[in-house]
Design a protein. Structure first.
Length: 385
């Protein structure tokens, strides 16, 4: 039970410090006199680092071992998050955000390797566990900052960010305590190859599937407000955004209960790709309350695919290849997540048609079906110690 709880807690660390910012963004904006461009850059910087720092994370895992990198990433995330609260100007705010983003970026490819090391025969279940922590971290930070955290710290956005940095430090300490009785040299310390094999089909298949779900999710969150305003239904915004983000939790719960049936299988990923396609078309063309339903489907599918892809590297490849395959998957996936909304916004600007903003993301639904249909899901059997 200990590794399950600890990995769930590490999952929390992947998003709480990131999602603590949007609730206090108006305060940061006013306090530091940020421009709208700076606000957008501050929001997108962590996602950019999730892509660009993932492969260097693989090098760190090969050199120091997966769990040490998880610990270092957790501490760096906490310290960077806390330093944001001390930033006197925009420059130092971005520097602290950069440090936080790097911390999370190196944690993400490390956790699949830690799962493989700690619980090699229950990879699907444990991946669902820590992914549930990731999703709960998003929901808790976004939901609790305004009603609970800010009143406790006297409505000071700086102290609120510091407060959200305390749990990752405590979780890192718990990880050190747990690891003290385990072997001192994780298997990945002996890995010689850390650079991803960009010619490997599985690298691109997993990267595109992961990137597809992230692209559709980020596009939905980015353009839903303006879409509803343009169609004259702004009153649906809160319900639609809530459906997109909160319906991720049921997806993680379903996978917690049925990991063997639903994970490391082609048909659920194909089904999610089809559902993504239909929901994206429905969202882009609907002007009624159906938008809430379509947004909820996108939220559910994005969580389902995210968790499923996180489980695949430790299941499908040799243990020493897990870090570099996972790193490549994150690099490709988050790069797609950054580029797709930008391209969608460009199309909307050029054409004046709101539905064109969802066109690049919509392409990923059929592409995910194609990639999932060709996946070789023959598992690499873990070595029993």
């Amino acid at each position: 039970m200990k590794p399950f709880v600890l990995l769930w807690l590490f999952g929390l660390c992947l998003r709480t410090t990131v999602l603590a910012v949007p609730p206090v963004m108006p305060m940061i904006h006013d306090s530091l006199a940020l421009s709208q461009a700076q606000v957008g850059a501050l929001t997108s910087l962590p996602v950019l680092l999730f892509s660009f720092a993932a492969v260097p994370g693989s090098l760190l895992i090969a050199r120091f071992g997966a769990f040490r990198v998880v610990l270092a990433g957790t501490v760096l995330t906490a310290v960077g998050s806390a330093l944001r609260g001390a930033a006197p100007d925009a420059g130092l705010l971005f520097a602290a955000t950069f440090a936080m983003g790097v911390g999370i970026a190196i944690m993400q490819p490390s956790l699949p390797s830690v799962v493989r090391e700690w619980v090699p025969h229950r990879i699907a279940l444990v991946t669902a566990v820590y992914s549930n922590g990731l999703l709960m971290g998003e929901a808790l930070a976004a939901s609790l900052t305004i009603p609970f955290v800010l009143p406790v710290v006297g409505n000071d956005w700086r102290l609120a960010l510091v407060a959200w940095s305390v749990p990752p430090l405590a979780i890192a300490a718990a990880g050190v305590w747990y690891q003290r009785d385990r072997p001192r040299e994780p298997m990945h310390e002996k890995a010689k190859v850390w650079w991803p094999d960009w010619r490997s089909p599985i690298t691109w298949r997993l990267g595109i599937i992961s990137g597809g779900c992230s692209s559709i999710y980020f596009t939905t969150n980015a353009f839903l407000p303006d879409l509803l305003r343009k169609t004259g239904r702004p009153e649906l915004l809160n319900a639609a955004l809530s459906a997109t983000n909160w319906l991720q939790i049921p997806a993680s719960i379903v996978l917690l209960f049925f990991p063997a049936t639903l994970m490391a299988r082609r048909w659920p990923l194909v089904a999610m790709g089809i559902a993504f396609t239909l929901a994206t078309i429905g969202l882009a063309t609907s002007s009624g309350a159906g938008v809430v339903t379509y947004a909820g489907v996108i939220g559910f599918c994005s969580a389902f695919v995210l968790i499923s892809t996180l489980a695949l590297p430790p299941i499908l490849v040799d243990p020493h290849d897990v870090p570099r395959v996972a790193a490549a998957m994150f690099a490709i996936g988050y790069l797609c997540a950054i580029a797709t909304p930008v391209l969608g916004g460009f199309l909307w600007d050029v054409t004046g048609l709101a539905w064109t903003a969802f066109l690049p993301a919509g392409v990923f639904g059929p592409l995910m079906v194609l990639m999932a249909s060709g996946l070789d899901l023959s598992p690499h059997e873990p070595t029993r110690e």
